[in-house]
Design a binder for this molecule. Structure first.
Ligand code: AGP
Length: 610
């Protein structure tokens, strides 16, 4: 987690860095800081949001054309002014910003303390800049000192370093944490992702793992930390600035919920041919033969992406008839999973940077499995370490609570399931034609589902003061229930649980009383009658029921307290529609409770620590 920005050029660095940090705040927002070269190395830092730092420094001299900044998600050391980045070396002449974790920091710290180094924060990052200082005292070239220091550290890092004695340069390096360098005219931009850069240049270099860069106004030198000079590859960004703005919505999350008709359509564009009954997935086409014969698929992911994986399990097993196991990436390597070269592993991640998912991929790779990625952020780390993959093309998701990325992941998994079914001959051609025709209609049906927004806001008013909530569904309604519960938990801080509806009687039913809201996925599909029985069990115990129902359903309406209608659809596509009202319900409840919807407490958008 943590966001980093650096700038060297002819413009005011402060403006570029502060704006960039605001764009990266989704990566962490418990403290922020900026270092500027301004007649010496000046550092401004503060616990709190980037806007707090801005307010705090309003009357300071913030000029200078070289600078770097950091927005933090605390790992080592509580959020506080002194633990905020940038950190300084002991002599105060070097400064560092860092995203990642130096795992062997305590051993290095002890060795440095023995040599007389005194530390003023609890962070691993400060240890790294002291180590660089220590090596620099014997090695005059700072780049070389940084390179040697990085050879001593274990862990993950994206770092930028400024030096008072070399005011016209920045040194940047990465391993395991992302870093992009924007190439301008007589200026360079450095950031954790391209969002702070796109406003100024479309030409970027994605620094590779274990690369280190010396960045001057008119010169860029890239080498590996093994000291081999590299020729960086400049590529053009397709990201548009408007994608990063709120576009008139009060919150990014609401904007992203409303973008789903578009994002799901973008995700399918050029990949489905309903009239011909054909699915085309360029990213995995070289593996068509492997898919024909594969005996097992393992899905690894975390959080919302894991929920999408559960939906994928239903779809792949139903249509392609391949057994699927869905694993929490965060648990995968803490046992000894049985995995081999025969398996296909699908790693799902919006950010493409989640450390747990990356670690699980590495383990699966070691055991010879073929790895597919389903990621949203183009050029992120996971697509680089997987064998093949399919991008979700949902566009930048800025709200920390994932919404449009989930429906895009489910869309990709639907396409994959149908593609595999097509390759393996487990679906009739006429069925594929009708499935794809119906899938093509889903964006319009999502638009219809969004029309319940006002009604959902009224329902939210009734439940805003609840302390607990249950979400229940069967079949692919179960992952939808899990996702509904996660959304409510993370943005409104109401305790919520998702369960398979039939499991309720095995325990959670004990929780039901007149204060317990229960949200049911009760649409007309194969488990409709059974879900109705579960609703009656809750009503018999005076629970308050909100049911997501198929348009026109009267039976459930008579039984429950509130209904929210979604259009009728093929059961396979239920998660794409039923999730929409749950996103809106959480959103409205969180707003009514005065919560910070886009930046919920303790969370960060991309979780780059294990
Ligand atoms: C979703 O609302 C969460 N913020 C979180 O569970 C997220 O899905 C998880 O951290 C995985 O992230 P990824 O998709 O970027 O790998």
């Amino acid at each position: 987690m943590c966001g980093i920005v650096g700038y060297i050029g002819h413009r005011d660095a402060w403006d570029i860095v502060i704006k960039g940090l605001k764009r990266l705040e989704y990566r962490g927002y418990d403290s922020a800081g900026i270092a500027l070269m301004n007649g010496g190395l000046k550092i401004h830092k503060k616990a709190g949001k980037v806007s707090d730092l801005e307010a705090h420094t309003l009357h300071e001299d913030r000029s200078g054309t070289t600078g770097m900044g950091h927005t933090r998600w605390a790992t080592h050391g509580a959020p506080s002014d002194r633990n905020s980045h940038p950190h300084r070396s002991g002599d105060g002449k070097l400064s560092i910003i860092h995203n990642g974790i130096i795992e062997n920091y305590s051993v290095i710290k002890e060795a440095l303390q023995a040599k007389g180094h005194v530390f003023s924060s609890d962070t691993d990052t400060e240890v790294l800049i002291h180590l660089i200082e220590d090596i620099h005292s014997d090695t005059t070239d700072l780049l070389e000192a940084v390179r040697l220091a990085l050879n001593e550290v274990i862990g993950a890092y994206a770092i930028v370093i400024m030096s008072q004695d070399s005011p016209d340069q920045l040194i940047a390096a990465r391993k395991g944490s992302p870093m992009v360098i924007g190439v301008g005219e007589g200026e360079y931009f450095i950031a954790s992702d391209a969002t702070p850069i796109v406003e100024y240049t479309k030409n970027v270099i994605y620094l590779k793992d274990s690369q280190i860069a010396l960045v001057k106004r008119d010169e860029l030198v890239v080498k590996t930390i093994d000291n081999i000079i590299q020729t960086p590859y400049i590529q053009e960004l397709s990201l548009q600035l408007e994608m990063l703005e709120k576009g008139g919505f009060e919150h990014f999350m609401l904007k992203e919920i409303y973008e789903q008709p578009r994002s799901v359509r973008d995700c399918m564009r050029g990949r489905i041919y309903p009239n011909e009954g054909k699915v085309q997935l360029g990213g995995i086409k070289d593996y068509a033969d492997k898919l024909k014969n594969v005996e097992r698929i393992v899905v690894i992911a975390c959080g919302t992406s894991w929920h999408a994986g559960l939906v994928g399990e239903y779809l792949i097993e139903e249509y392609a008839r391949i057994p699927v196991e869905v694993e929490y990436a965060s648990e995968f390597r803490y046992r000894n999973p049985i995995i081999s070269e025969k398996d296909i592993v699908i790693a799902i991640s919006q950010s493409g940077e989640t450390a747990d998912t990356m670690a699980a991929i590495e383990l699966a790779k070691e055991r010879g499995a073929t790895i597919f990625g389903i990621c949203n952020v183009v050029g992120s780390s996971i697509p680089r370490i997987t064998d093949a993959g399919v991008y979700t093309h949902a566009g930048p998701e800025i709200g920390v609570a994932s919404t449009k990325a989930f429906t895009a992941q489910v869309t990709v998994l639907t396409l994959m399931a149908l593609y595999m079914a097509q390759q393996r001959g487990t679906i009739k051609q006429s069925d594929l034609v009708s499935m794809l025709t119906e899938l093509d209609e889903i964006p319009s049906l999502i638009e219809q589902a969004l029309k319940s927004d006002e009604k959902i806001a009224e329902i939210a008013e009734k439940f805003k003061d609840s302390s607990n909530c249950l979400f229940l569904g069967r079949g692919s309604g179960f992952p939808v229930a899990l996702e509904g519960a996660l959304k409510l938990k993370e943005i409104s801080y109401i305790h919520a649980e998702g369960y398979p509806a039939a499991e309720m009687k095995h325990g959670p039913i004990a929780l039901i009383d007149e204060d317990m809201p229960v949200v049911f996925i009760a649409t007309k599909n194969s488990s409709y009658e059974k879900v109705i029985s579960n609703i009656q069990e809750v009503k018999a115990r005076k629970g308050k029921v909100i049911a997501i129902v198929t348009e026109g359903d009267k039976t459930v309406k008579e039984m429950v307290d509130y209904t929210i209608e979604i259009p009728a659809c093929n059961e396979a596509y239920l998660p794409l529609l039923a999730t929409i009202p749950l996103q809106l319900l959480s959103y409205h409840i969180a707003v009514l409770r005065g919560c910070n919807v886009d930046q919920p407490r303790n969370l960060a958008k991309s979780v780059t620590v294990e």
